[in-house]
Design a protein around this ligand. Sequence first.
Ligand SMILES: Nc1ncnc2c1ncn2[C@@H]1O[C@H](COP(=O)(O)OP(=O)(O)OP(=O)(O)O)[C@@H](O)[C@H]1O
Ligand SMILES: [Mg+2]
Length: 286
Amino acid sequence: MSFEHLNIDHVSMEFPTPKGVYVALENVNLVIEKGEFVSLIGHSGCGKSTVLNVVAGLHQATKGGVVLDGKEVNEPGPDRAVVFQNHSLLPWLTSYQNVELAVKQVFGKTKNKNEMKEWIEHNLALVHMGYAMHKRPEEISGGMKQRVGIARALAMQPKVLLMDEPFGALDALTRAHMQESLMEIQAELNNTVIMITHDVDEAVLLSDRIVMMTNGPAATIGEILKVELERPRNRVELADDAKYNYYRHKVLEFLYERQHVTGEKQAVSKKEGKSSQLNVVNPRVA
Ligand SMILES: Nc1ncnc2c1ncn2[C@@H]1O[C@H](COP(=O)(O)OP(=O)(O)OP(=O)(O)O)[C@@H](O)[C@H]1O
Ligand SMILES: [Mg+2]
């Protein structure tokens, strides 16, 4: 039996469309270690969310598959919690109740009422939302909603945390706070994380490896960059760090020189309301 933690094994994904079959992914291969933080980066529409959805079990790969701790992934499960770009909280429930729903699903049979309450409060406290846990989504800010979404995912104690541009909609300052919290939580809990981002600095700051995807159709992994920066990482100190800037440069070079998006493709992305622009935030400012 294999001892690999998470194996994305020769995954191809085809979608039927009115114009015929669209090959989104072709032969995506990636083995991820327990506790590893992996970022997926690539131009808009290349297939990042598709990879994440296959790992989440929301899509079934056309060819190949995903194996988590020796078991093939065929459907969504609480061992793989997803944080979507748009928080996806139920609007009629408070933050506490939103987390409670997930906790009941996972621990309904093993924890009693009091234990569940403690666990929900503990996870909301982890993301610094303890003080607002009885507010509904409409009463809290975008950053706070995103934090509740992360608390909900963490409270499921998933083996793998899947995050699709979790901080994409946040302002730079809130985003920086969320990145700090995520680094702290991950250091403490040693979760395996796959995170999609459009932000080069975010990818370098948070990741153990950055997986760079080629443009579609038939997108695949173009290059993998190992980020060997000591933890804990400090964004201000890293701004002047030669290694940090080298990694940053490598990602930018891949995206803009090797996977250049043509004018025609950019126009299509714009028409679809998507931006192929990648954020490059100065770590001093963020
Ligand atoms: N259900 C579907 N049916 C048909 N085509 C699809 C479907 N889902 C995704 N695609 C296509 O597959 C490609 C990859 O889509 P995906 O959403 O994975 O891209 P992405 O890298 O996440 O993009 P973005 O950065 O804009 O979120 C796109 O061309 C998209 O149009
Ligand atoms: Mg996407």
